[in-house]
Design a protein around this ligand. Structure first.
Ligand code: ADP
Ligand code: MG
Ligand code: ZN
Length: 490
């Protein structure tokens, strides 16, 4: 019975598959001409089609299909030439037609994958399908908590009904909550690069349903899964999954059976609770929508779309490594966040010093924005001004110490570095004549350091340089000062 106390978790393996919904940022809705209108007065962007009036007929939004194909291609999928729209039948008050137009067995894209960089390894996550559907309206529950269970009544806003939605489904290839989080970060970065969605987490433009089960490492048989619905935060996704994995193992350990359920994650308690027992696909009575013509996605259209796909994050990372000479870690940091990579590249457009730009962004800049809880673009420093600062360091107009002061001022005021240096008189002193005068004074005042240096303690020189820097309020060019002192003392 030695094993009795062994950590039972070590015998189990986590299995996760994600279904991610992404709202496309097209001008108009999926099957009608209504504009997309997040945040508008409720029910002001609707028409007979997205309200499901009898007799109204849907028309496919070509731009939405184009973006779906773009996404499918970027996720290494095959495109189905004869993609079909089906009706998914069910009743819920946020859906006026009593069916949702979606895709079933012939989605736009199938059999793709995403490589998820975990730092020390890459997890290949296979993508089963990329399909197009329409979003539902939004129920607003009136009551103290805003949750349906405590509501006095609910009202409905159909502005969102009919918004083009892409669903991206993975195989159960994800092996930990951390990998799931990283998958979602990677996917979001690809989508932002493609410019097909604003991918706002707060507004729910990207949200995942997370399917999770555990199985014995020694077995190939998958365990029974539960599904956590509508996770629109990386942290919630990870925490919800961690909670579920522990819950599953506890149930199995105590001799019970996991029941297949749909669950909701509550961040207040950091637990999940049951929403409903899982419905089966056949409950939805899928059938091809007779109101829509079958699509014919031709090869030359696909090729045209292929040409519009910008450089993807993985290719960016490789280029930063191979052509800009950044380290593995730096390339990954610069490439795997759309906002960072676009900012970084804009800096380089103004001044071509990748290593310095990367160091500023990862160093002081990150420290400042993290402290304030903002992003690079939300800060007052424009890429052009950061480039300007780096340029001044490279041309030795200012030294590293002064640069840090200028940076802080740029961050606080949004002013450009040239103005700040002029205003504050921070220009570096490179004038040897001026420097020699100061150095002579320092040598006179510090006979101890001088004699230490002369007796072979070469380190004494940094003390002398330090004195000169102090006298010039950090403005002296330390390299030139160093050279002059050596010359004078030899
Ligand atoms: P459904 O039709 O019920 O939505 P799918 O077969 O489409 O089921 O799977 C939905 C998601 O659940 C996919 O991402 C898939 O990888 C994942 N999944 C399926 N079985 C398991 C399992 N045993 N454990 C974890 N995830 C699973
Ligand atoms: Mg599903
Ligand atoms: Zn409409």
């Amino acid at each position: 019975m030695e094993n009795e106390f062994a950590d039972i978790k070590n015998e189990y393996e986590t299995v996760i598959g994600l279904e991610t919904h992404v709202e496309l940022s097209t001008e108009t809705k999926m099957f009608c001409g209504c504009k997309l209108s997040f945040g508008a007065q409720p029910n002001t962007y609707t028409c007979p089609i997205c309200l499901g009036h009898p007799g109204s007929l849907p028309v496919i939004n070509k731009k939405a299909i184009e973006n779906a194909i773009k996404i499918a291609l970027a996720l290494n999928c095959n495109i189905c030439e004869n993609a079909v729209f089906h009706r998914k039948n069910y009743f819920y008050p946020d859906m006026p037609k009593n069916y949702q137009i979606s895709q079933f067995d012939m989605p736009v894209g199938i059999n793709g994958y995403i490589d998820v960089d975990m730092g020390s390894y890459v997890r290949k996550v296979r993508v089963t399908r990329v399909h197009v559907e329409e979003d539902t309206g939004k129920l607003i529950h009136i009551g103290s908590t805003g949750r349906i269970s405590e509501a006095d009544y609910s009202i409905v806003d159909f502005n969102r009904a009919g918004t083009p939605l892409i669903e991206i489904v993975t195989m159960p290839d994800i092996k930990s909550p951390d990998e799931a989080k990283q998958y979602m970060i990677t996917l979001r970065n690809i989508l932002l690069t493609l410019d097909v969605s604003d991918c706002s987490m707060e507004e729910g433009s990207i949200r995942s349903d997370a399917n999770v089960s555990v199985k014995l490492i020694s077995s190939d048989k998958l365990g029974t899964r539960t599904e956590i619905k509508n996770l629109n935060s990386f942290r919630f996704l990870q925490r919800g999954l961690e909670y579920e994995v522990d819950r599953h193992i506890d149930i199995i350990k105590s001799g019970g059976k996991v029941i297949q359920q749909t669950r909701h994650y509550d961040n207040k308690t950091q637990t999940t609770m049951v929403l409903r027992e899982k419905e089966e696909a056949h409950d939805y009575r899928y059938f091809p929508d007779p109101d829509l013509v079958p699509m014919k996605i031709k090869e030359d259209w696909i090729n045209k779309i292929k040409d519009t796909i910008p450089e993807l994050p993985s290719a960016k990372e490789k280029r930063y490594k191979d052509f800009l000479g950044l380290s593995d870690y730096d390339s990954s940091f610069m490439a795997n966040d759309f906002e960072i990579s676009s900012y970084f590249e804009e800096v380089l457009k103004h001044h071509d010093n990748a290593k310095a730009a990367c160091n500023w962004i990862m160093g002081d800049f990150s420290a400042f924005i993290n402290k304030d809880g903002i992003t690079l673009r939300q800060s007052k420093i424009t890429p052009e001004n950061l480039a300007g600062l780096i340029k001044m360091i490279d041309s030795k107009e200012i030294n590293g110490k002064i640069a840090k002061l200028v940076f802080e001022e740029m961050y606080n005021t949004g002013k450009n570095p040239t103005d700040i240096i002029l205003e504050k008189g921070l220009k570096q002193i490179n004038d040897t004549e001026k420097l020699e005068k100061i150095i002579d004074e320092v040598i006179l005042k510090n006979p101890d350091a001088v004699s230490q240096y002369k007796s072979g303690k070469s380190k004494a020189i940094s003390y002398l340089v330090g004195q000169v820097m102090a006298k010039t309020h950090g403005k002296a060019n330390p390299q030139i000062v160093n050279e002059i002192i050596i010359k004078k003392l030899s």
